[in-house]
Design a protein around this ligand. Structure first.
Ligand SMILES: Cc1cc2nc3c(=O)[nH]c(=O)nc-3n(C[C@H](O)[C@H](O)[C@H](O)COP(=O)(O)OP(=O)(O)OC[C@H]3O[C@@H](n4cnc5c(N)ncnc54)[C@H](O)[C@@H]3O)c2cc1C
Length: 302
């Protein structure tokens, strides 16, 4: 999509507190949390309609409990439960009966979760704009400016902070990262950004990490959003931009841990002699409930 030759208009001199790029589960949860604190939040989503592709079919781990506590599932039948069994790649984990099982799951189609998060964000005052593509982001010490194509003309939106909850379409040369390759450590299909923050531009969810097995991606993104919401709120409520460093300090090590255990699950699932031997030995090791519970602890906290 080209804007060359078109006149770009600046929306308003009054900046948004936060502009969120991407109305996936990560961006929508963050927007709802910030709007509930009275912050001015806009969510820009390139698609006019929610993507109908079936994706995740449940929330696994602590995110399910945190979302339930916040009333995301109020008025629905969705509930977090503690399964007595789960899988670590191909290895079954016997976790013990409720209430002892350390793992929470909440079966819900991702599309339905997105509907609930969207409704909550909008009810709390977030301004969701579908059909708005962010083409580039530039920042100064005190502001970020997003170049947006959507509505009736190309325009620029000013914000104090921008969350990139989507990676692909905003990788212009003007981004504050050197380039896409340097930004990410790539391991097979899994990858993690080398930093979750560049000045006033933040990464969360799939924009920050992709895990190729274990159903951890959605869950890690939801925990990113919750952690980031509290630090952004502090920074915007009279704190300093440095308050936000705590976000990366908490969430990038968690991302690296998740990258490791999803790689282990991928290695265990391979179709070769080494993986068969690995499965046999690991299967014996995790037959004890203590070991199974420790692995479940990793899945609980992606
Ligand atoms: C087929 C499939 C099955 C999956 N199954 C599982 C599973 O079982 N368990 C699990 O945990 N995860 C699963 N995932 C991964 C999970 O869907 C993602 O981790 C999750 O959607 C990430 O949420 P997000 O909000 O970070 O990003 P996304 O959901 O990708 O949302 C990003 C949004 O940004 C928008 N966007 C992109 N570029 C721009 C731009 N320049 N301007 C404006 N908007 C833009 C996109 O349209 C999109 O709506 C699956 C994914 C797929 C594709």
């Amino acid at each position: 999509m080209k804007t060359a030759g078109m006149k770009t208009h600046r929306e308003s001199a009054d900046p948004w507190d936060v502009v969120v790029v991407g109305a996936g589960p990560t961006g929508l949860l963050l927007a709802g949390e910030l709007a509930a604190q009275g912050l001015r939040v806009a969510v820009l989503e390139r698609d006019l309609e929610r993507d109908p592709t079936p994706k995740g079919n449940g929330i696994v781990g602590r995110a399910s409990v945190e979302l339930a506590k916040r009333g995301v599932f109020a008025g629905t039948d969705f509930k977090a439960i503690r399964p007595p069994r789960f899988q670590f790649g191909p290895i079954p984990l016997r976790l013990g009966l409720w209430p002892a099982s350390p793992l929470h799951i909440l079966p819900i189609p991702q599309r339905r979760l997105e509907e609930l998060l969207e409704r909550r964000a909008v009810q709390r005052g977030a301004d969701l704009r579908r059909g708005h593509v962010v083409l580039g982001i530039q920042q100064t010490e005190s502001r970020v400016e997003a170049e947006v194509l959507g509505g009736d003309r190309p325009h620029r939106m000013l914000a104090r902070y921008v969350l990139r909850a989507s990676l692909h379409r905003v990788l212009g040369a003007d981004l504050p990262f050197t380039d896409a390759t340097a930004m990410r450590t790539t391991v097979g299909n899994s990858r993690i950004a080398s930093t979750y923050r560049a000045g006033r531009v933040l990464l969360a969810g799939d924009a920050a990490h992709i895990f190729n097995t274990g159903g951890s991606s959605l869950n890690a993104g939801l925990l990113d959003a919750l952690e980031l919401a509290s630090h952004l709120t502090a920074a915007l409520r009279g704190g300093s931009p440095e308050d936000i460093d705590a976000y990366e300090k908490a969430r990038r090590p968690a991302g690296l841990r998740t990258l490791s255990h999803t790689r282990v699950q991928a290695a265990l699932s391979r179709d070769d002699g080494n993986a068969t031997a690995l499965r046999e030995i690991m299967g014996h090791l995790v037959a004890t409930r203590g070991a199974a519970r420790r692995l479940a602890g990793l899945i609980e906290n992606p």
